[in-house]
Design a protein around this ligand. Structure first.
Ligand SMILES: CC(C)(COP(=O)(O)OP(=O)(O)OC[C@H]1O[C@@H](n2cnc3c(N)ncnc32)[C@H](O)[C@@H]1OP(=O)(O)O)[C@@H](O)C(=O)NCCC(=O)NCCS
Length: 178
């Protein structure tokens, strides 16, 4: 995927540069995956995530064909957040699985960088990337009580199902065929 040039984000106060996620970001995406699984309290160690296929599959072999993502960097070039999407087969579904054609999103911002618009900017950019890639829907799973749900609703995601103690949310991309 081409590098996204430095751009202003929709929330200029986010103060980050957004760029495409590359193979070199696999370790950072894994760190963000850990944040997403531990959104309310420490539940898993990195090792536990990586040893659990249903958790690790969000980053295993990153990037696979069809994967796409965005990284937010601070002024020093350090990554502070990421949003990425990949598809899963019905035999190995993610927690926000809708169908094998619908990429599932993972979003996270490092503690200390939250609440300043970075998550919103990442979400907006990954949705733009999805549109460019011809994707017509994006899904995600969000656990009950996670305030991230408000962010998703603000961007047009709607709840379409349940998986355990999570809502499955879906965004239909404007302008997409179907
Ligand atoms: C969810 C997350 C990515 C949002 O990133 P962020 O940079 O903090 O988000 P923003 O500053 O862009 O805020 C956007 C909206 O998120 C919502 N929100 C997300 N987390 C929130 C929190 N802890 N408290 C209050 N609002 C929150 C709010 O609606 C906010 O909108 P507002 O500022 O207009 O009220 C970030 O909080 C995070 O990494 N959380 C831990 C990992 C996680 O839960 N990932 C999602 C798993 S489904």
């Amino acid at each position: 995927m081409d590098e996204i040039p430095a751009t202003d984000t929709d929330r200029p106060d986010a103060g980050v540069r957004l760029r495409s996620a590359t193979a070199q970001d696999a370790g950072f995406l894994t760190a963000i995956l850990l944040e997403a699984f531990n959104w309310d309290r420490p539940r898993f160690t990195l090792d536990e995530i990586l040893r659990t296929p249903r958790h690790a599959h969000y980053v295993t072999g990153w990037p696979s064909p069809g994967d796409f993502g965005v990284v937010a960097e601070d002024a020093t070039g350090r990554p502070v957040g990421a949003a990425w999407a990949r598809r899963f087969p019905a035999t190995d579904p993610g927690y926000g699985f809708v169908d094998p054609h619908v990429p599932e999103l993972t979003v996270g911002v490092l503690p200390g960088h939250r609440g300043r618009g970075v998550g919103g900017a990442l979400l907006d950019e990954v949705v733009r990337t999805a549109s460019r890639e011809g994707v017509d829907r994006l899904s995600l799973g969000v656990e009950d009580g996670n305030p991230a749900a408000r962010l998703y609703v603000s961007r047009g995601f709607v709840t379409v199902g349940r998986e355990g103690e999570s809502d499955t949310m879906l965004l239909r991309l404007a302008g997409a065929a179907s």
